[in-house]
Design a protein around this ligand. Structure first.
Ligand code: 5GP
Ligand code: 5GP
Ligand code: 5GP
Length: 208
């Protein structure tokens, strides 16, 4: 069957390390269901253009109808937990990401498909396992950025984007990993452009 025409070039799958989100001068709050697993969580699936720019809030009329994703809620709570304050069940975060980013890929992914696809990609990436298999563990130790990048590249086949933030002592720590995905949401691809990194050559992998 003919594929729908995408009006963007690729997706970033953005995964966040909760230990880094929470270990800053700003506080974080655990979701109402409790402390998330010590695993990467989803930040979002973001349509992007090859030149580094991106569309946002593409369909203000699009409704975030919770009943359409009710079958995904338990997986969303486990894999896409919100760490923003005040503590909440996560729907605000999912609705925000849908409105800002998901509505810009509505030509290829419906509301349900957007969340289902993102959850599947997170499983497929299997990032924490890949890193720990390479001896890179969330133990507050410092690791070579290049080794982190190489471990992911060896496992997934493509170079990731890596972003850092700073802990209260101003140490740079591993915060977000960006993987690029084709416009159908099916396959990882080499990134047409990497996001700005903000990481030095050695970064801390915070405990969570
Ligand atoms: P920040 O300024 O913290 O890097 O990004 C703020 C927000 O802008 C992100 O949460 C995301 O919604 C959006 N954003 C930042 N960088 C990118 C990007 O490279 N691509 C897309 N699609 N959105 C981005
Ligand atoms: P910068 O000055 O780093 O390019 O952008 C500053 C902020 O503007 C980013 O953190 C992001 O939130 C926003 N921004 C940059 N480029 C784009 C874009 O192409 N689209 C949108 N919606 N926001 C952008
Ligand atoms: P973005 O940075 O994608 O534009 O914005 C993310 C929005 O979702 C922010 O308003 C942020 O407060 C909210 N949010 C809720 N939970 C989380 C979370 O766990 N991580 C991040 N990065 N943002 C979250």
């Amino acid at each position: 069957p003919p594929q729908p025409q995408a009006d963007f070039d690729f997706f970033y799958l953005v995964l966040q390390w909760p230990g880094a989100y929470c270990d800053t001068k700003r506080t974080c709050c655990y979701p109402t269901s409790g402390k998330p697993a010590a695993d990467f969580g989803i930040h979002g699936l973001w349509p992007n253009y090859k030149d580094g720019s991106w569309p946002s809030n593409c369909d203000p009329d699009s409704e975030f109808d919770r009943s359409q994703i009710s079958d995904l809620v338990s997986r969303l709570k486990r894999n896409w937990p919100t760490l923003a304050c005040p503590s909440n069940d996560g729907f605000k975060f999912w609705e925000y990401e849908w409105g800002k980013h998901g509505t810009c890929s509505e030509s290829v992914l419906s509301l349900h498909a957007y969340f289902d696809t993102t959850l599947r990609l997170k499983d497929q990436a299997n990032l924490l396992q890949t890193l720990t298999d390479s001896g890179i563990k969330p133990d507050d130790g410092f690791y070579d950025l290049q080794k982190i990048s190489d471990a992911i590249k060896d496992a997934i086949g493509f170079t990731p984007g890596i972003q850092c933030n700073k802990d209260p002592e101003r140490n740079d720590q591993l915060h977000q990993i960006f993987l690029c995905v084709d416009t159908s949401g099916a396959n990882f691809i080499e990134c047409p452009i990497l996001p700005r990194g903000r990481c030095p050559s050695q970064v801390q992998f915070a405990m969570f």
